[in-house]
Design a protein around this ligand. Sequence first.
Ligand SMILES: Cc1cc2nc3c(=O)[nH]c(=O)nc-3n(C[C@H](O)[C@H](O)[C@H](O)COP(=O)(O)OP(=O)(O)OC[C@H]3O[C@@H](n4cnc5c(N)ncnc54)[C@H](O)[C@@H]3O)c2cc1C
Length: 406
Amino acid sequence: MRAVRGRIAILGAGIMGASLAITMSRRGYAVSLFDKENEPVACASRWNEGKIHLGYLYGADPSLLTAKHLVSGGLQFGTLVSELIGNNLVEHTTFADDIYLVHRDSIIGAEALGRTFERVDALLHDHADASNYLVDVSAARSRRLSKQELADVTDSEQIVGGFKVPERSVNTRWIADRLCEVLKGEPNITLRMASKILSARPVDEIDGRWRVAVEGEESDAFDVVVNCLWEGRLAVDRTAGLEPTPGWSHRYRLCLFGRTRRPVDVGCAVVALGPFGDIKNYDGRNFYISWYPAGLLAESSELSIATPAAMDASGRQQIIDDVRARITQLVPNVSRMFDEAEELQLRGGFVFAQGRGSLSDPKATIHRRDQFGINRRGSYLSIDTGKYSTAPWLAEKLTRQICRIE
Ligand SMILES: Cc1cc2nc3c(=O)[nH]c(=O)nc-3n(C[C@H](O)[C@H](O)[C@H](O)COP(=O)(O)OP(=O)(O)OC[C@H]3O[C@@H](n4cnc5c(N)ncnc54)[C@H](O)[C@@H]3O)c2cc1C
């Protein structure tokens, strides 16, 4: 057996904490992985759309800084996750390019969006990892849909144009289950579930060991502490002496996750750009559907945000009905998914962003996501995951950084 190289506490068992725990454990560290939930990967990382971002969705950032910040993580996602879970993602990846439908109230018009998409295409072609995406995108291009192609998807006058974009999504529930299996089987990982983290403080010097306080107990000291708490991150950072950079926001969103009795032939679509909706069909039977205003339950720019109170059955049904009505108005085909559904869950989670404002405001800083990443105070590190798609790539970066610390 390899000697243990050091003790590391990882706070938060979403995709960020889980990916880091697995890579650090495989490097020979003794990992304690803490989470307030009873099971790992139970929150936003299980219940999200799984778009593996290449930057197209951030067409309202003309500087392209968001696309540049997202692209490496997106391109490497498939390879890195396959290594983590020892399994190929192909059967759990959407099987066609995304269709972006431009709404007449889009904050960016179709012409301007098309020009930005061309710049993102160029970014991909120049990238060394372009062939390593979920599908090879080294020669792929976004393109405007013909009138007929658009008419095949929508007859709504609210949609004024459409694009085919070489972006894919993955079934996050399937990946969450695989990550849980690996976490439970790794000999160097101790799962500390049902453990709410309150604070992190140095035992003595900030470059030395750190102690984390868990509700109801004082935990041991660790050589390295990494905060991956997502919506709970900033409050713990403050106790650790890392002052959050002003300008963040938290939101809590609900969406529909369904499974049909038999395969349904409905393509993936994103209504762009603003507070609209998406459709994801991962494998013919598992799908995700959202209508943003219907599912947005809470927004805050405070340091922390509480989980919204549980809704009664009629409140939940109202959201389901609203999502269905709004999305089928634009993409009528989607009603087949609802008609064939054998399971329909209304689930979701928090979105943290180093940005604020309304999605319908083109000037809002929420349209930029170029600030996420790693922050550090001695042996305490804090990580803003940014996106689901960037977590495994950031875990690799963090692992390299931490191994240099020791
Ligand atoms: C509806 C929706 C759709 C999305 N779509 C996409 C998409 O298509 N593509 C994409 O890239 N991203 C998407 N995202 C964002 C994505 O889900 C997140 O970026 C990602 O899951 C964050 O991973 P994480 O591990 O940092 O956070 P999480 O998965 O939330 O993990 C954080 C963990 O910390 C725990 N925790 C928090 N506070 C405490 C505390 N004080 N003590 C103990 N434990 C605590 C939580 O229980 C949780 O398990 C979406 C998010 C939502 C909600």
